[in-house]
Design a binder for this molecule. Sequence first.
Ligand code: ATP
Ligand code: MG
Length: 206
Amino acid sequence: MLSVSGDEPTPQQMWIDERRRHALARFDDRIPALYRETIDLPQAAADWADGTPGAPASLFLTGNIGVGKTHTAWHTARRWLDRQYRHGRPGSPTVQTWRSTQLFDALRPEGDNPRAVTHAAQTCGLLYLDDLAAARVSPTGWTQERLYEIFDERYTSQLPVLITCDVLPAKLADIVGDRVASRLAEMCRGGIHLMRGADRRLAGAA
Ligand SMILES: Nc1ncnc2c1ncn2[C@@H]1O[C@H](COP(=O)(O)OP(=O)(O)OP(=O)(O)O)[C@@H](O)[C@H]1O
Ligand SMILES: [Mg+2]
C-alpha cells in the first residue's frame, strides 16, 4: 500500500507497521532471557510460521533433551505473530504461552480461575505449550477434562497449536488423555518436526 508516488508508505501502512512493532516488542518482553537470542529456525518451523502453502495446521517440535526445542518454539511463535500483522489479520492476534506443568496447575479446580484460563487457551490466536510431557504423570481427570475442552475447541475452530515435547503425539495419551492425543495427532499431521543433535547444554559445559 504505497502512496501515489510509489515510495512512501501510506498512513494506514505506517499504522499497521507501528502496531506490529509494538506487538513484537511486547512479545519480546515475554521471552525468557535465556531464549532471547535470535536463532536460525529449521525450515519446517519457518514454513509453518510463514503459512507457506502446504504447511501443516499446527507444529509439534520434538527431539532429545537440550536439542533446542523451547528456544526454537519461542522464535517460531514470534515469527508467526509477525506474519499475522504483516498480512493485516483483523484484530490483535494473541499468543498464549504455557509450560505444560503450569497450565495443568492453573486448570485445577483450586486454581485461581480455571474457567478463564480454559477460555483464554481455547480462543487465543496461537497456543504454545512447552514440554507437554514434562509432568510424566497424568493430570487428574478434572484437569484432563479442561485440557480436552481446550483442544476440542481449537480443533473445531481450526486454531493452531505449537507444541514442544520429547515424546511423539502417539505416546501422549497417558498424559493428556486419549481424546486430546487423537485431536493432536490430526492437528499436527505433517507438522511433526524432529530436531536432531546433541544436548546443547552439555556442549556448553565442555
Ligand atoms: N539454535 C540454537 N543456537 C544456539 N543455542 C541454542 C539454539 N537452540 C537452543 N539453544 C540453547 O541451547 C540450550 C538448550 O535449549 P532448549 O532449552 O531450547 O532445549 P530443549 O530441547 O527445549 O530442552 P528440554 O528437552 O530439556 O526442554 C539453551 O541454552 C538454548 O538457549
Ligand atoms: Mg525445553
